[in-house]
Structures are given as structure tokens and as C-alpha cells.
Design a binder for this molecule. Structure first.
Ligand code: ZN
Length: 405
């Protein structure tokens, strides 16, 4: 479906702008008018991370006149493998500020607005309302549903992307879009595609599962491509289309996404009529896991003490790391054995555990170990515990000589 341009053209381009954007200006579909539309456009990019880095750089280079950055995090060394808007000297700096500095260097003609705060129900509508379009580089489900809903309430197109290991997806959600005659264009929203978040712990985040750095560029540049098409009114934007990229097979597939008439947000009998509690909706930890963890969570300091006693022979227990093999190779708590969470879910873990010894579980941050703990307790290991904060807390508080990821 081709759409009218989202943005009216600016009055004129300066001589500097004509020189800078000349390779756009000589494309007939963009031309002077298209570039003037980009100049007048206001785009908000959520996150200056994996997807946000390439997206921001290309939007700025393309001459999008006003670029917002919503980001509250700081640059960490483990970001630099993919977040190319930041560099070595930015470590420890606010990501939003670091990103702005790179953008000013890329294109000083762009007005960059920094929203150095965590998006939440209290600020999301207020921040979104000044933009024509949202480019989402979020890596968590709670924010994604909030962004989808807020964009819907404000009638702003939402350019979504997601990445994991070697796989990427992208689409444009704009459920309020109408045809020229005013009838609904039957365009879907994110909830039409994913009505419910995955069960907590089922889908690992990039922090837990990893991501190939360059995949961020593949998907981030698709998002910019879609943004430019919508702003300038060219081509056939990915409204109602899900683009799926498999970097290992080098395959792009496009699936049709239909509006769900029963969608809780944009369907006929919508139940989501205002922003909801997204953390609860997406649940950081499942009910079973939080129930199992209540009263059965120990700190890394306690674990250190217990390990000392085990070494001295005054105590015995089995310390189990429920992460994956490749995570175990990056860092580990000394004296732990590896039994990945999946082995608890399929029951194979029990053959490797002694019934006579208490079991202590840990993972990266405490989510997966809480789930494994629920399984273990269900199997009769009543005195099992897990380590709050996992190996991340161990490295931070006990053994900073180990790398974290
Ligand atoms: Zn919907």
C-alpha cells in the first residue's frame, strides 16, 4: 500500500543542505520535496543501543530535521561490540549524551533532543506527542507493549524491530491508518501480531542469549528505510508486513500480518483503553518462580560464606549453574557445576543431583534459577535455594576480576 507523505515539506533547503544531501536530491522519488519533508520531520528513537545506534546515525545522516533520543542507560564496555554510535572514551557516560555527540559530528544540521529518562506511563504520551514517528530499539516486552499502545493512542506510526542472535524482525504498526475515503485501512498493531507477551523466562533477552553485532545494522537500517518512506511518502511501507531475516541462511521472508478484529487495543471490543501496568502484564518472573523464590533466595555474600564452609568440610551442598555452556565459559562461580535450565524442565537434571545434599541454583541474574527452583521444589527438593542476582552479583560484589556480559 502506498501512503501519502507523513510530513509537509520545509520551506526551503539552504545551500549547505543542498550540497550535503545531493545524492538524495538526484533520486527522482526523493528529490527536493522529499528532502524538505525529511527536514521538517520529527522522529523519536527509543534506545541508543543495538538498533538505536545505526538507526540514529542513518536518520541523522539522511537529514531528518529533529531527532529525539529516549535513553536512560550508561555506556558499558559490553555495548561496544554492536552499539556503534558509542566509542571507547564513552564508557561510563550517559548513552543519550554520547549518542548526541556522535550525531552532531555526523550531521550538525540536525536538531537532537535528549530524553535522558526511563520511558514510563507518566511520561510516554507527553514525550511521544511532539513526534511524527517512533522508531523502536527496545529490547524488552514491557516497553514494547507500552510504546505500541502509546503510539496507537496518539495516532503515530510505530516502526518496530527486534533482534536475537542471528535472527531479526521488523514491521510498521499503524492501526489508526485510514484509506483516502476515511475508512479503516485495516492495519495491525503489535498486539495483533503478539496478543500476549511470552511467558516470563521463555524468551531470553540479548543480554542472556547474545546477538551478532552486525545484525543490529541489518534490522536498524530496515527501520530507517521504513521511516524515510513514511515521512516522504515514497514506496510501499511495511504496514501489515512482517519482515523476517535469517542471517545464517541469508534469507529474508515477508509475511502478511492482519489486523486482529479481537485485538485488545485496536479491535472492535477493545479492553485496553488507556495505558496499563506493563511490568505486571509482562511479569518479570512467573508466579510459580516467584513463589518458589520467596524465602529461598540467598545473597552472593551468603554463598561465599557457604562455599568457604564447604571447602573446610563443615558443610556440603551442590552448587548448580543453570545457564548455557557458552555463558559458563565466560565467567562462573568457582565450585559450580553446569546443568542448563532446559534440563530441569525436561527432567534430565535430576539424574545428576544427589537427593541427600541441599541444592543451590544460580544463573546470570536470578530469573532462570528461580524457574528451575520451582521445578526442583515441585520434585521434592524442599531445602533448595537460589542465588539472588546470580553470577552478575557475584562478579560485582565478590570477584570483580572476572568479566561480566
Ligand atoms: Zn491491534
Amino acid at each position: 500500500m502506498s501512503l501519502p507523505p507523513l510530513v509537509e515539506p520545509a520551506a526551503e533547503l539552504t545551500i549547505d543542505e543542498v550540497r550535503r544531501y545531493s545524492r538524495h536530491l538526484i533520486i527522482p522519488d526523493v528529490g527536493m520535496t522529499g528532502q524538505k519533508r525529511l527536514k521538517n520531520a520529527r522522529v523519536l528513537v527509543i534506545g541508543a543501543g543495538g538498533l538505536g545506534s545505526p538507526a540514529l546515525l542513518y536518520l541523522a545522516a539522511a537529514g531528518v530535521g529533529t531527532l529525539g533520543i529516549a535513553e536512560f542507560d550508561e555506556v558499558d564496555e559490553s555495548n561496544l561490540q554492536r552499539q556503534i554510535i558509542h566509542g571507547q572514551s564513552d564508557i561510563g557516560k550517559s548513552k543519550a549524551v554520547s549518542a548526541k555527540e556522535s550525531l552532531v559530528e555526523t550531521n550538525p544540521l540536525v536538531n537532537v533532543i535528549v530524553h535522558n529518562e526511563r520511558l514510563d506511563n507518566d511520561n510516554v504520551l507527553e514525550i511521544f506527542k511532539d513526534y511524527d514517528l517512533i522508531v523502536d530499539g527496545t529490547d524488552n516486552f514491557a516497553t514494547r507493549y507500552m510504546v505500541n499502545d502509546a503510539a496507537y493512542f496518539l495516532n503515530i506510526p510505530y516502526v518496530w524491530g527486534s533482534i536475537y542472535r542471528f535472527d531479526g524482525q521488523a514491521s510498521v504498526f499503524w492501526p489508526t491508518l485510514t484509506n483516502e475515503d476515511g475508512s479503516s485501512a485495516e492495519a495491525p498493531c503489535y498486539r495483533c501480531l503478539y496478543p500476549e507477551p511470552p511467558p516470563p523466562g521463555m524468551v531470553p533477552s540479548c543480554a542472556e542469549g547474545g546477538v551478532l553485532g552486525v545484525l543490529c545494522a541489518s534490522i536498524g537500517s530496515i527501520q530507517v528505510n521504513e521511516a524515510i518512506k513514511l515521512l516522504a511518502g515514497i514506496g510501499d511501507p511495511a504496514v501489515g508486513k512482517l519482515v523476517i531475516y535469517d542471517a545464517l541462511e541469508l534469507e529474508w521472508r515477508t509475511l502478511k500480518v492482519r489486523k486482529d478484529p479481537n485485538c485488545a487495543l485496536c479491535g472492535e471490543n477493545a479492553t485496553v483503553t488507556e495505558l496499563i501496568d506493563y511490568e505486571t502484564f509482562c511479569g518479570a518472573v512467573s508466579d510459580e518462580a516467584s513463589e518458589a523464590a520467596a524465602g529461598s533466595t540467598i545473597s552472593v555474600t551468603t554463598l561465599e560464606h557457604m562455599l568457604k564452609e564447604r571447602d573446610e568440610g563443615s558443610r556440603d551442598f551442590t552448587l548448580v549453574d543453570v545457564r548455557e555452556q557458552n555463558e559458563f565459559e565466560i565467567n562462573r562461580i568457582p565450585g559450580s557445576i553446569l546443568i542448563p535450565k532446559g534440563e530441569f524442565l525436561n527432567g534430565n537434571a535430576f539424574a545428576q543431583l544427589s537427593q541427600d545434599k541441599p541444592v543451590v541454583l544460580h544463573c546470570k541474574s536470578g530469573v532462570r534459577s528461580a524457574e528451575a527452583l520451582a521445578v526442583l521444589k515441585g520434585a521434592g527438593y524442599g531445602d533448595a535455594v537460589h542465588v539472588g542476582g546470580g553470577v552478575v552479583a557475584w562478579v560485582n560484589q565478590i570477584d570483580p576480576s572476572q568479566p561480566s556480559y
